[in-house]
Write a protein that binds this ligand. Structure first.
Ligand code: ATP
Length: 468
């Protein structure tokens, strides 16, 4: 039996248990859209809360913003997105499949440095190597053309070009345009950073792999402003913080992560050094987060395009300077996908016998701090006085934790359901609880060990477990 995690297993668990549903499902869906269900939204919110606490609230040198999704279109001219946020698009003439020419060259004939190639060169290589369409196998593509990934919409009642606005393709620019507002109102001194969590939109040509690449997604981004001479040690410090966030804070498996540096050809136009944090997904290594040294490119561009001087007055030297910028960036939805993949285990609880197949449970080993539900409160049976006592405990814990009351089905089935939801504790109320000792049984999700503790100590027990 293959017990390793696959994308199919995760997609199916997400649907079955209420983490992620296909978008607009009752209308036959809308390609590549996903809706987070009751447990998925808790997971996502816990990741965002943990990130905000770690990188904004616990640090003296960080503050947050929440900028608008729709921005003045000039922002995207200044940032370079209007001119160069493009992919080389090719269509199969037979089945009309849309593909990225650069990805075809990389994956089918191992061309390196695709970013250096012009649209003409990409088309020629695809044609001369007779690369087949991944869908129908025909070798007949249109010429490659430049496709801008930004979504457009219209603001106001008239749909003309003057009313056209873009849906932001990243949250970063909302931070740059507020640099002056934030610095002046908070009086922060360099080095300091601004963080933001929010939705971003990219009209990706080849979305896929479940929520790995979607057209609507969420990001958690930081722009950390520094003096030019100080960028390198601060950059390395941020890499260290990203490591700790992966391993310690979120509790992901260390051996599933690696750092990969962008070489000169891959670097974005604004960046002098970029590293990606990659995760080993079931389909191979893929980018999870990134960190770029963006120099003073963005603030200078926005100064040029807006006419507003985005400078910093150094209180020690009285000198005006344009800060340089380090950008640690995290995908929320990709982090949630990694949380699901990383937590997944199929564990043999008892081996197969001549008459029975092996008993295998699926268990999600989320770190308790990001688990959607922290504890399930289970009366052993659906009758009084057990149910009443369980409800009492539920009402009490609910004030502090996300807990669930569950009384239907056998206790074994309820345990298995909560294993799949990644609930760290199942707390059972039985006859002894009400008749004898005022104690409950707490079952640990990972070890399945059970211990009896006093009802009055449950809250503190959970607090300890969730904080570590
Ligand atoms: P990729 O190379 O995978 O397209 P990128 O380098 O364009 O990603 P960035 O612009 O650095 O990505 O965006 C920052 C983060 O946002 C990424 O590290 C990733 O976690 C997330 N992200 C980017 N594009 C998508 C997408 N289409 N769907 C989901 N998350 C995304």
């Amino acid at each position: 039996m293959n017990t390793s995690v696959t994308m199919d297993k995760i997609v199916s668990l997400c649907k079955r248990r209420g983490f992620v549903f296909p978008g607009s499902e009752i209308y036959g869906g809308l390609a590549n859209t996903w809706d987070y269900g009751p447990y998925g939204v808790e997971l996502i919110n816990n990741i965002k809360k943990t990130w905000w606490k770690t990188f904004i609230q616990e640090r003296e040198d960080m503050v947050g913003v929440d900028a608008a999704i729709l921005m003045n279109p000039r922002v995207w001219e200044a940032s370079g997105h209007v001119g160069s946020f493009t992919d080389p698009l090719m269509d199969c003439k037979k089945c009309h499949e849309r593909v990225r020419g650069d990805k075809l060259l990389e994956s089918k004939i191992g061309v390196e440095d695709v970013v250096k190639l012009s649209l003409k060169q990409i088309s020629e290589l695809v044609h001369t190597h007779k690369i087949p369409c991944p869908k129908c196998g025909a070798c007949d593509f249109t010429e490659a053309r430049s496709f801008n990934l930004m979504f457009r919409t219209y603001q106001g009642v008239v749909e003309d070009s003057a009313a056209m606005v873009y849906m932001r393709p990243e949250t970063a620019q909302g931070i740059f345009v507020n640099f002056k507002n934030v610095q002046q109102t908070t009086r922060k001194k360099l080095p300091f950073g601004i963080g933001q969590i929010g939705k971003a939109f990219r009209n990706e040509i080849t979305p896929g792999n479940f929520t790995f690449r979607t057209r609507e997604f969420e990001q958690m981004e930081i722009e950390y402003f520094v003096k030019e001479a100080e960028w390198k040690p601060l950059y390395d410090g941020w890499r260290e913080s990203m490591n700790n966030f992966f391993v310690q804070t979120l509790g992901f498996k260390k051996d599933k992560m690696r750092w990969r540096q962008h070489d000169d050809n891959e670097l974005s136009h604004y960046s002098k050094e970029t590293w990606d944090v990659e995760y080993e997904f079931p389909f191979g290594w893929g980018e999870l987060w990134g960190i770029a040294y963006r120099t003073d490119y963005d603030l200078k561009q926005h100064t040029k395009f807006s006419g507003e001087k985005l400078e910093y007055l150094d209180p020690e030297t009285n000198e005006k300077l344009v800060p340089h910028c380090i950008e640690p960036t995290f995908g929320v939805t990709r982090t949630a996908l990694v949380a699901l993949l990383d937590a997944y285990e199929e564990e043999e609880v008892s081996p197969a016998t001549d008459v029975k197949p092996a008993d295998v449970r699926i268990v999600m080993h989320f770190k308790p701090s990001i688990a959607p539900i922290k504890a399930a409160i289970l009366p052993l049976m659906k009758k009084e006085p057990l149910a009443g006592k369980a409800r009492e405990l539920f009402a009490q814990l609910k004030k502090n934790f996300m807990v669930e009351y569950d009384e239907s089905g056998s206790i074994g089935k309820r345990y298995r359901r909560h294993d799949e939801l990644g609930t760290p504790f199942c707390i059972t109320i039985d006859f002894d609880t009400v008749e004898k000792d005022d104690c409950v049984t707490i079952r640990d999700r990972d070890t399945m060990k059970q211990e009896r503790i006093k009802l009055s100590e449950v809250k503190e027990y959970m607090q300890r477990a969730i904080e570590t």
